[in-house]
Ligand binder design. Sequence first.
Ligand code: AKG
Length: 269
Amino acid sequence: MQREATPKELYPLAQPGPMTEMERFMFESFGYILIEDVLSEDECDEVLEAAKRLHHSAPKERLLQLGKGFETEPSIESLIDHPAVLPKVRALYGDRFVLQAAWCTVQPAGSQSVGWHQDGSSAYEFKHLAYPTPLVQLRASYSLTDQSELFMGNMMLIPGSHRSPVDLPKDARKEIFASPIQHSIRCKRGTMLLFHNGVWHSPMPNDMDFDRYNMHFIYSPPWLRRSDRFSTDPAFLEHTTPLRRALMGDYERPDTPFAGGFPEIPFED
Ligand SMILES: O=C(O)CCC(=O)C(=O)O
């Protein structure tokens, strides 16, 4: 089984902004793309401080995800429509999508939560909808702490596995090195990873003496039920921008026929 770091030449590296034809090809082939340096050091510091505030009173034993931090933390709110990333989301979904969840995730120092999975709902898995598994949760993950070497809580993914008609074998799902074709992403903090819900993935153990933080934003078609909140805090809806308000998907009548309940999202272009 592969135990070496994935050579960086194999990474599907993309640039900030609109999705190029090559980036689209890479996303469709691997199910993920990476953009480096989306956040500056200062921006990472700011979002990291916010992440630590959110997790302040939570137990630090294993992987823990806390939702809707954007409601109270402006630096997290500002990532909802980051100009490096949002055009990619639009390229994949068109102009009708929502922020289905935003999870601030810690993998504490000296802990591990290896568990290979596809994203979605275990109540009714997306792979039962159709083959290949449709894109229903598009995850933009910002690394807030350094993951430039292995065993820093890195994301591991199996490129192309969103197109596999068979599951990752059960006996591999708790293995760090689950498959010879996995990618174990080594990235600087400030890197953004965008991936398809069907891609099998897992966090790597964090052997460091500091906690690993990632900030995840999950974009979905407008009819998918939100998973980090039943509804968005009215105070947040009041003070945020029109674009972010629309991306919350708190429609007054979402179920009217012919999409009548889904107002247009006020993109600037
Ligand atoms: O932050 C992480 O390590 C990723 C967590 C994860 O795999 C998930 O939420 O599906």
